[in-house]
Design a protein. Structure first.
Length: 358
């Protein structure tokens, strides 16, 4: 049930304006963070030089190389990957009617990592290198993403089967996700056990979520899949509002609940698979950001989905910038930062509980 029900017209207008303003503010912060992130790192570049490199052909060659070839792909990858993981989590929470649902907690991230690792190590879809700067180069991104998606689909199918059980509960589905995560992690460990030293080092480093490996090729794949998923989810915002009211109510409104639920999980799994297959496992973004957005704008998906997009981009962009600064000139994997920040918030959600889900 949404807050706007039963509100007089004047109150409803104020309600929508406040939430529209909150969403706009989140996107404005994201736009501001992009040039700020571009200026920070082992080599600090003045803000004016960043804008000059982005919008003109002036500036030194070194500055332009750092901004356009190194940091800009990484920043765009952070913004789009964060948006994709966050909105996938928001939709999974809606279609499963489970406030703790996300690609990470439901084991889908671990499944995607296993599928990508299987393709890289067993099917030779990636060229292993032993350098710290570029431990793995995916030479067959389509094959890697396909296997990550297949593993995601398997995990999502099991979650859907459990969610349709009459005895299912949010706790049951979360425990199922924990079991799936352990299963796919064990599969990844088996691959590591049979790897040689160089492959093992590259494999361990690859499983860390690291946006520093993103080049313009990776950005193209991540951005394309994320934008398509965002368009699909936003077009179905009213369907997700109906499902939040219960399956019977949604069916009475003409919503094909099973089709919407299945397609939402498949699209969410696909965008998760594409992101993870290129930048590794990044946890907690898909869980924490939708909850932050929900507290800001409520459960109406007209506002929740855009707010989740902006919050995901903001969180991952801030985390990636912090990863560049904490041990500069060394760059930490961004998954370490998101785990340190996301885990306390996750525990806080468990302790304080969460809003009632219809």
């Amino acid at each position: 049930m949404h807050l706007e029900k039963g509100l007089p017209p004047a109150d409803y207008i104020r309600y929508t304006r406040r939430r529209s303003f909150a969403v706009t503010a989140c996107f404005a912060i994201l736009l501001l963070l992009i040039p700020v992130s571009l200026s920070l790192g082992a080599v600090k570049i003045p803000f004016s030089d960043v804008l000059e490199a982005l919008f003109t052909r002036n500036g030194t060659l070194q500055t332009r190389m750092i901004i356009l070839n190194i940091r800009l792909p990484q920043v765009i990858a952070a913004a789009t990957a964060g948006a994709g993981l966050s909105i996938a989590g928001a939709v999974m929470q809606s279609v499963l009617r489970n406030p703790l649902g996300s690609p990470y907690t439901l084991g889908i991230s671990s499944a995607a990592a296993f599928g990508a690792a299987f393709a890289v190590m067993v099917l030779s879809s990636g060229a292993m290198q032993s350098t710290a700067a570029d431990p793995i180069t995916v030479t067959s991104p389509y094959l890697t993403t396909l296997w990550a998606f297949l593993a995601c689909s398997l995990a999502a199918g099991i979650i859907l089967a459990v969610s349709r059980s009459r005895a299912s509960s949010p706790e049951t589905m979360i425990l199922t996700g924990v079991a799936l995560g352990s299963l796919f992690t064990a599969g990844t460990m088996v691959l590591q056990y049979f790897a040689d030293d160089t492959q093992l080092a590259a494999m361990v480093f690859w499983t860390f979520g690291d946006l520093a490996r993103a080049s313009w090729r990776e950005v193209l794949f991540i951005s394309s899949s994320t934008v398509l998923a965002l368009v699909y989810f936003i077009l179905n915002r009213w369907n997700y509002n109906g499902i939040d009211s219960g399956d019977e109510t949604a069916a009475g409104l003409g919503i094909h609940v099973k089709a919407v639920r299945l397609t939402g999980m498949v699209v969410g799994s696909l965008v998760t698979a594409v992101i993870i297959s290129f930048v590794g496992v990044i946890g907690f973004v898909g869980l924490v950001c939708p909850h932050i957005a929900r507290r800001m704008v409520g459960g109406d998906h007209r506002f929740l989905l855009p707010a989740s997009i902006a919050m995901g981009g903001n969180l991952l962009l801030v985390s990636d910038t912090a990863a560049r600064l904490v041990l500069a000139p060394r760059v930490l994997p961004v998954s370490i930062i998101t785990a340190f920040t996301g885990a306390p918030v996750f525990i806080l959600l468990l302790i304080r509980g969460h809003r009632k889900w219809n």
